[in-house]
Design a protein around this ligand. Structure first.
Ligand code: PLP
Length: 405
């Protein structure tokens, strides 16, 4: 007889052996304490340095007020799918807001950025069965899942490498629909895609462009519309995908594009059709967050200042970090055990929380700490982090590791 429990236990053992076992720390984030959180295992407050709530918008007064109002007005749940449970007015307003943010004709909201990528990419191939995907080799798991699930032909181009992308485009039959899929900024190395060059190639080879702006919406460009907006090429991008779960501080994902494309996805995507929609309270909070970041540069400017200070402090302390122009500061350790130990020591000895990043999130031997400053990290917090890293790297004999990953 099959022993199912032992199958799962063996799987867990295997993951442990490969140093891939993940322990989640339990924290409690409280309004007004950002960027501190209560770290439950040791019953102490810690400074968080690895949040994707990049601007602290999850606690912004305008967002809390909107959420509070919507909660009392509309309740908690949305009541079902958009199709059957009703198309909540808060969601249609959110979609109008997103379309206007990206200067597109229409938008479609999903329950997460992951779902937006997975179900949209898969649906594009349902709508255009002979389409061919061109995907950056470091694209996110949700993009990989969408392309894989579509079973469409795919070509993977070298990371950020427009020349390689062109080679692959050149080799593909010109009559086939083509979709270039890339991220504006890569979350594990903070590098930006060569967006202008990709747009030129898309035009030359008559390909559609799909950009994942998950890590850049709210943070860059006029009104926080992202990197495509920053480089004045949003109009040349066919599909802009984003999340509400990072800089906007809520949850949910979306795409914006021309109306026929959005309509076609709305009518096709299982990840849109067959799932309960986002609650009105989340839609209302998201609208407040987007509107705030559209009209105010305060958080964005403060964010950039803190990023510059952290990078300067690391440089002065000779802490090697991966050089990029973004808000993500990776320090590659290149050792799964040392990086985990560094993370543990940061918390236990310095009350600083930086989750270590291991395989499969990043390639083996490129394990890293990924630091994400926010506008609310003070000079003292930066100094404390720098000293802690310096001391820990010394004690673990982490000297220099190639920061090109
Ligand atoms: N795309 C990228 C590049 C991501 O890094 C992530 C999540 O980290 C997602 C999509 C998924 O977004 P969400 O967290 O809203 O599901």
């Amino acid at each position: 007889m099959l022993n199912y429990t032992s199958i799962f236990a063996r799987h867990i053992d295997q993951v442990k052996q490969e140093q891939r076992y993940r322990e989640f720390v339990i924290i409690k984030r409280t309004v007004g304490q950002f960027p501190y959180a209560h770290y439950l295992p040791q019953n102490k407050n810690a400074v968080l340095w690895c949040l994707n709530d990049y601007l602290g918008m999850s606690q912004h007064p305008a967002v809390l007020t909107a959420a509070n109002h919507a909660l009392l007005e509309y309740g908690v749940g949305s009541g079902g799918t958009r199709n059957i449970g009703g198309n909540n007015i808060c969601l249609t307003e959110l979609e109008r807001e997103l379309a206007s943010l990206h200067q597109k004709e229409a938008a479609l909201v999903f329950t997460s950025g992951y779902v937006a990528n997975d179900t949209t990419l898969c649906s594009l191939a349902k709508i255009m069965p002979d389409c061919v995907f061109f995907s950056d080799e470091q694209n996110h798991a949700s993009i990989i899942a969408g392309i894989r699930n579509s079973r469409a032909e795919k070509h993977i181009y070298k990371h950020l490498n427009a020349e390689h992308l062109e080679e692959l485009l050149k080799k593909t039959e010109s009559s086939k629909p083509k979709i270039i899929v890339f991220e504006s900024a890569y979350s594990m190395n903070g590098m930006f895609s060569p967006i202008k060059k990709i747009c030129e190639l898309a035009k030359k080879y008559n390909a559609l462009t799909f950009i994942d702006e998950v890590h850049t919406v709210g943070l860059y460009g006029k009104e926080g519309a992202g990197i495509a907006a920053l480089h004045n090429c949003a109009a040349e991008i066919d599909i802009i995908q984003g999340t509400l779960g990072k800089a906007y501080g809520t949850i949910g994902g979306y795409i914006t594009a021309k109306r026929p494309l959005i309509e076609a996805i709305r009518l096709t995507a299982p990840g849109f059709i067959f799932t309960t929609s986002l609650p009105p309270v989340i839609a209302a909070a998201s609208i407040a967050s987007i509107r705030h970041l559209k009209t105010s540069n305060t958080e964005r400017e403060a964010h950039q200042k803190v990023i510059a200070k952290v990078k300067q402090s690391f440089t002065e302390a000779k802490i090697n970090y991966l050089q990029n122009d973004s808000h993500i500061i990776p320090i590659i350790i290149g050792d799964p055990i040392k990086v985990k130990e560094a993370s543990r020591l940061l918390m236990e000895e310095y009350a600083i929380y930086v989750q270590h990043i291991n395989f499969p999130t990043v390639a083996k031997m490129t394990e890293r700490l990924r630091i994400t400053p926010t506008p609310y990290h003070t000079d003292k917090m930066i100094e404390d982090l720098t000293i802690a890293l310096k001391n820990i790297f010394k004690s673990l004999e982490i000297t220099y590791h190639d920061q090109a990953a």
